[in-house]
Design a protein around this ligand. Structure first.
Ligand code: KIV
Ligand code: ZN
Length: 432
């Protein structure tokens, strides 16, 4: 049983709250090794790719997009390495991306020779600006492009019957495409693939660029969910980006609106402002009492691995993982946290002021929760002395000593550690 309370929807009016709350996790797919990788200043080499893959497996991802094998030799070699060295666990499915271009698709299937099971992900742009300016195709031309390449998938897969194939199609820039046209293209592709409930294909709806508010994106997903042909034979996936800073919300609303699966990256890496942050969504679920099925119990280890693989730092204020997110400097926050810790009984539901999640659940300690600088008060100072040095100050002494501490910090402008506070206390009063 979870120690977190399920989110209870509050109905203020028919329009302000959704009817649905998330009660189970979506199917997760990490695209760190593809979308995340293609956005890096220095794309991962084989060693970094392998380390990221192993970290994703350890977290519990069962579907992992491992690259774009027709894009570069490193990408191709990484797919081969995983297959040749039998590095993919039996319950994990690798996924690879290809553009809807014949030579690239042939090279992609070549990379996958001998795979036990693979998701092959086909995409082409569908939005008006891409049709007109980039591809120079009208609507019929786009449908022809998608369906002809989908047919090539059938043909190449039939030549490699030893692999359990799953096909995925993305109308790139779905968020900027007319809904009726998105449906037309997707229906045409699934007509070629003929999925069944026992043998589903994946339809992935990307907000390649986040064009709209998350509720609008979710409405578009819901429309597709209600109108797609062969819906019972489709895993409906979404792939939000974060251009408006609302990738997490877009993903959560999309699942409420009917999506079955979420694609994203750890800590929101990815093109421009990033992909949907998988950790954020998973831990949002966790703090609502829903087991996400992913293990973040040593989140700092995961952060260090991701920082090494991506060669990019995670921001100190990043939700759930940032260095400072379980830290309070302000006196009133410290006071409330101190009182709540003192009152908390084992087995009680988590209800801690200013701490939406128990840092221990992510392998973080309570030590960093309260830190003392010039914004802090006596509560924080006495908490640190008590928790780190077993030094319990009477209330009058707390007040007096906090003025000494305040004067030191006003002069220096710097934070004081528990040890520095203890030394100051010793100097000031000569004794313990
Ligand atoms: O953002 C996007 O549209 C993509 C597709 C290739 C799925 O990454
Ligand atoms: Zn993307």
């Amino acid at each position: 049983a979870s120690k977190y309370r399920p989110f209870a929807p509050v109905r203020l009016s028919d329009r302000t709250w959704p009817d649905v709350v998330l009660t189970r996790p979506p199917q997760w797919c990490s695209v760190d090794l593809r979308d995340g990788n293609q956005a890096l200043i220095e794309p991962m080499d084989l060693a970094r790719k392998l380390r990221m893959f192993q970290a994703l497996v350890k977290i519990g991802f069962k579907e992992i997009e491992i690259g774009f094998p027709s894009a570069s030799q490193v990408e191709f070699d990484f797919v081969r390495k995983l297959i040749d060295e039998d590095l993919v666990p039996a319950d994990v499915t690798i996924q690879v991306l290809t553009q809807a271009r014949e030579p690239l698709i042939r090279r992609t299937f070549e990379a996958l020779q001998g795979a036990r099971r693979a998701i092959v992900h086909l995409y082409n742009a569908t939005a008006p600006v891409m049709r007109k300016v980039v591809l120079g195709l009208d609507e019929d031309g786009i449908v022809e492009l998608a369906t002809s390449q989908a047919r090539l998938f059938n043909e190449l897969a039939a030549r490699q019957p030893g692999t359990d194939w799953v096909f995925q199609y993305s109308p790139e820039m779905f968020s900027g495409t007319e809904l009726a046209f998105s449906k037309r293209v997707v229906d045409a592709v699934t007509e070629v693939w003929q999925p069944t409930p026992g043998r589903k294909c994946i339809v992935n709806l990307p907000s390649t660029v986040e064009h709209s508010m998350p509720n609008i994106f979710a409405d578009m997903v819901e429309w597709m969910h209600r109108h797609l042909a062969r819906r019972e034979a489709i895993v409906l996936s979404v792939h939000p980006h974060n251009d408006r800073g609302t990738g997490t919300a877009a993903g959560e609303f999309a699942v409420m609106a009917g999506a079955d699966r979420l694609e994203g990256c750890l800590f929101g890496n990815g093109e421009r402002t990033g992909n949907l942050d998988l950790v954020n969504v998973a831990l949002n679920l966790y703090t609502q009492g829903v087991d996400p099925g992913l293990d973040f119990s040593d989140i700092d280890d995961i952060r260090r691995t991701v920082e090494w693989c991506n060669q990019l730092p995670v921001h100190p204020r990043h939700p759930y993982v940032g260095e400072l997110v379980y830290t309070s400097f302000s006196g009133s926050h410290q006071d409330a946290i101190k009182k709540a810790f003192a009152a908390r009984k084992d087995g009680e539901a988590w209800d801690m002021p200013y701490l939406p999640i128990d840092p221990k659940d992510l392998g973080r300690s309570y030590e960093a929760v309260i830190r003392v600088n010039s914004q802090s008060g006596k509560g924080g100072i006495s908490y640190l002395l008590e928790s780190e040095y077993d030094l319990e100050l009477p209330r009058r002494l707390q007040i007096e000593f906090s003025q000494v501490v305040q004067a030191v910090m006003d002069a220096s402008g710097k934070e004081l550690s528990a040890q520095q506070l203890f030394e100051l206390f010793e100097r000031e009063y000569g004794v313990r």
